[in-house]
Design a protein. Structure first.
Length: 417
């Protein structure tokens, strides 16, 4: 029994020894991770995802005069599949005409009513003027009668003659007044007829506009190209059943594929680094073997909320320098914006770079000693940082922090000159 206990104790001691040896060995390996600074091309970049869009395109629009017909939204009944290559005059889409057809029926009824009013006004005016002309004839006869009585009264008593003269003058005035009234009635008839005729013509013009507008609810291609659907304000592509508004009745576009843009979004944290004209590299997710170059041609001044980001982002356009038949609108791209670039730089991983208060340094191995070497940092990217002074490509620096770092000597830049 004692023999077994001794064996167990020996085994346990051996295991502890092995574990202790491995622990110390891994500890030494952890503290002895050394690297040499790299030299060569160094770039500060921002990586984003974008979507291809043609720089120039022809818009395919629905009815241009829909607002005049008080139509503010129009539903797409059917539309050709996206990516369809069409020629000028080919069918693109059909819009719902039901609301317009209802308006045409209302106008037809209004025209019938206006025509009835026009005929009624014409009859009323004809009757009124006929009565006025009859009145003039009667007044002329009455005047002639008064003139005969006046002539006969010359041989009567003075009072009778005077009365006949007065009656004649009244007849003259009545005839003159009737002529003036007739002229007024003629003008009134003209004005009334003009009013009802204008209203009738207005209704007819409205009807013709609606009929002409009806033809615009079938949309045709203005020129040759590939049909690309547009996106609504919510970022969704329009399709059958979608509605377009009368203020911007866009349905689709025919892009010019010779010059393409990658539309991307940069976070508000990085947007200050992006400048117009900086170079960019563009990759195509659909074909990873394709790589293109470009430059930033547009930066939005106002940020916006993007569905794929929790923070505000700014729209950025990258114009692609090359033309390629594989580039198609709406394809996804991987973009690398080159913020800064050094052709020949010395740089180290960020893990090897340290900062304490105003001291910028690395842990450097000098023969068998470890020292804190002050350095002058330069550009940095997500993984590495340029060292302007303090180390060379032949030096060895630590990726990890050595033990007892508080006791290490510090070599300042001025001491190393």
């Amino acid at each position: 029994m004692k023999h077994k206990i001794i064996i167990i104790i020996i085994v346990m001691v051996g295991i502890v020894g092995i574990l202790s040896f491995r622990f110390h060995q891994s500890e030494e390996e952890r503290t002895d991770i050394l690297i040499s600074p790299k030299t060569g091309l160094f770039q500060v970049t921002i990586t984003t995802t974008g979507e291809l869009r043609a720089k120039h395109s022809t818009e395919i629009k629905g009815p241009a005069n829909a607002r005049r017909a008080r139509l503010y939204e129009m539903k797409i009944l059917n539309i050709v599949p996206e990516g369809t290559v069409v020629d000028s005059g080919d069918f693109i889409a059909t819009l719902d005409r039901s609301e317009l057809e209802s308006k045409i029926k209302d106008v037809e009824l209004a025209i019938q009513k206006a025509e009835s009013q026009y005929e009624q006004a014409k009859l009323d005016c004809a009757l009124t003027l006929a009565n006025a002309r009859n009145e003039l004839v009667n007044l002329e006869y009455a005047l002639e009668e008064k003139l005969l009585l006046k002539e006969q009264a010359k041989f009567e008593a003075p009072s009778v003659a005077r009365q006949a003269e007065i009656d004649y003058d009244k007849a003259v005035r009545a005839l003159n007044q009737a002529k003036k009234n007739y002229e007024t009635k003629v003008q009134q008839a003209i004005a009334k007829m003009s009013e009802v005729e204008t209203d009738l013509q207005k209704r007819r013009n409205e009807y013709q506009e609606y009929v002409d507008l009806m033809d615009e609810f079938t949309v045709y291609a203005p020129e040759k190209g590939m049909v690309i659907y547009i996106r609504d304000w919510n970022g969704n592509k329009i399709s059958e059943g979608s509605t377009i508004n009368a203020w911007e009745p866009l349905i689709a576009t025919l892009p010019d594929l010779s010059v393409m843009l990658s539309i991307t979004y940069v976070s508000e944290v990085d947007i200050q680094k992006v400048k117009l004209g900086i170079p960019a590299e563009v990759g195509l997710d659909a074909d990873p073997s394709k790589h293109f170059t470009g430059k930033v041609t547009y930066i939005a001044n106002i940020g916006e909320k993007h569905p794929s980001s929790n923070s505000k982002v700014f729209e950025v356009e990258i114009e692609i320098n090359e033309s390629d038949s594989t580039l198609r609108p709406a394809m996804t791209t991987s973009n690398t914006l080159i913020i800064a670039s050094l052709d020949s730089a010395l740089f180290i991983p960020l893990e090897a770079y340290h900062s304490e208060d105003s001291l910028k340094f690395v842990y450097k191995k000098v023969l068998t000693e470890i020292v804190k070497q002050e350095v002058e940092p330069g550009l940095r990217n997500e993984n590495e940082i340029v060292i302007m002074r303090g180390v060379t490509s032949q030096d060895k620096v630590y990726l990890s922090i050595p033990d007892k770092r508080e006791d290490l000597n510090i070599i300042y830049l001025q001491d190393s000159l």
